[in-house]
Ligand binder design. Structure first.
Ligand SMILES: *Cc1c(COP(=O)(O)O)cnc(C)c1O
Length: 458
């Protein structure tokens, strides 16, 4: 065997001829991918290596809050870099991480009081699942049979295997069914397509009743209900009826089941309040945070637990009750510094207060779309908007998926200067929360034009 066959040589020049590249990108068909490479960014704008400027219409995958290269966040990271970039938080900690944990406790709802750090949203969900299970084993009156989870239909909680187990999106999850655990599947609490006989007025009760039936049957073995509050982002901005979240909270209390709220997408102002749970005065037992935690600057996530959970893990070391989970980069000081600066900025810029007007403006930009026969629904909460394009508006019939209508709209919008990324035929618009009125107007105009160009002219 020649060395060449054992170690095929790299032929760097083939990168020029193949559409693919050294970089294999997530959720991206590399054979059709047209390279879009960003060289720098400022505020809500990205500049490509060829010098084109595009507006960051999905906040760099739903995480940017105050804009790129914000002087305060940049300075906080730089300052921290001069002290320490990374240490472990297993058995020790950094001053800046301690400070962030206290801040998160301060700003999160109710008595959420203990912050477990990881590096991405999926990991925050994994930690929540394991935390819930270990809790039922170790609490004062142990219930070791509680090992199942109830997840909503079309759920999305990340791409690691545990998070995929909860997931209910065909293309993301079905293939991996042989290697995951099965959750108990709840309803899709959708406000657009209602089950037969259900009206907008009765939708909340109908969906909550469905959850109750499942809890009634399975509560003895259910450790937790896991859900995104208010809006299921990756499912296509599926927007729940008002009151659904608080009904589920009540049901979890009634049936002695934990409530895990995944606010990786909805957290940090996205829905118009700092946390979506606040809209319905709900405190989950475990809260998952990610994306916007560092203002979208550095990878960091958090799993925040209430005291009864935390306390079930307290014992003598020799009893082996500590949480058996931990990540190398959990609580990273640079990320913690960015997160503190981002949280402080919410207060300094009075951002939450400003969001009501921004939300109204963003929605206003889409008013004319209601005349387009292919716009089925415009939904979401706050600065989290999904525009569902359909073949037939009255029957709510989707387009043939192979037509890639959503993708074509987003391509057109990008060519016109606004980078957006669809979920099927739902056009997602999630500008950074700091976007100005003029910028929101720009986004609105271009998204409307892109939709018109694709749906009216074919
Ligand atoms: C994005 C997302 C995740 C996964 O976060 P990653 O940082 O991509 O691992 C989990 N849950 C929800 C609701 C999300 O939107």
């Amino acid at each position: 065997m020649s060395p060449q066959t054992a170690y095929p040589e790299k032929n760097v020049s083939r990168f020029d001829t193949l559409t693919g590249s050294a970089h294999w990108q997530g959720f991206t068909q590399m054979s059709e991918y047209e390279k879009l490479v960003i060289a720098e960014a400022e505020g809500c704008w990205l500049t490509t290596t060829s010098g084109d400027r595009v507006f960051d219409g999905v906040s760099s995958l739903w995480c940017n809050v105050h804009g790129h290269r914000h002087p305060k966040i940049n300075a906080a990271i730089e300052e921290q870099l001069h002290r320490v970039a990374h240490i472990t938080t297993l058995g020790m900690s950094a001053d800046v991480t301690e400070k962030l944990a206290e801040k998160i406790v301060e700003i999160t709802p109710g008595d959420l009081g203990h912050v477990f750090f990881s590096s991405d949203g999926s990991s925050s969900v994994e930690a929540a699942l394991k935390m819930a299970l270990q809790y039922w084993h170790q609490r004062q009156h142990p219930r070791p049979n509680k090992t199942q989870y109830l997840a909503l239909s079309l759920a999305y909680h990340g791409d690691t295997t545990g998070a995929v187990s909860l997931g209910g999106i065909k293309y993301f999850h079905q293939l991996f069914a042989p290697i995951v655990f099965r959750p108990i599947r709840g309803p899709l609490p959708c406000s657009y397509r209602l089950p037969p006989g259900v009206t907008p007025e009765t939708a909340c009760d109908a969906y909550a009743d469905e959850v109750e039936q499942l809890l009634k049957r399975h509560h003895e073995t259910i450790a937790a209900v896991v859900m995104e509050p208010l809006v299921q982002g990756a499912a296509g901005m599926i927007t729940h009826p008002h009151g659904f979240l608080s009904r589920v909270r009540k049901l979890c209390d009634d049936y002695d089941v934990l409530l895990i709220c995944d606010e990786v997408a909805t957290g940090f102002g996205r829905t118009g309040k700092l946390f979506a749970c606040e809209h319905e005065s709900v405190t989950p037992d475990i809260l998952c945070l990610g994306k916007g935690l560092t203002g979208g600057y550095l990878p960091m996530a958090a799993t925040v637990a209430r005291p009864h959970l935390f306390e079930a893990f307290l014992a003598k070391t020799s009893e082996s009750k500590q949480f058996f989970h931990g990540h190398t980069f959990g609580g990273n000081p640079l990320a913690a510094a960015a997160a503190i600066a981002s949280i402080d900025l919410f207060e300094e810029t009075n951002l939450i207060h400003a969001l009501a007007a921004k939300t109204q403006q963003l929605r206003g930009e889409f008013t004319n779309l209601h005349q387009n026969q292919h716009v089925g629904d415009i939904r979401g909460r706050g600065m989290m908007v999904g525009i569902e394009l359909v073949q037939d508006r009255d029957k709510k019939t989707p387009f043939d998926a192979a037509e890639l209508v959503g993708a074509r709209v987003c391509k057109r919008a990008t060519d016109l200067g606004v980078w957006i990324r669809p979920l099927g035929d739902v056009v997602i618009v999630m500008p950074p929360l700091a976007a100005t009125d003029e910028e929101l107007e720009h986004v609105g105009k271009i998204v409307c034009q892109a939709i018109a160009d694709v749906t009216e002219k074919g």
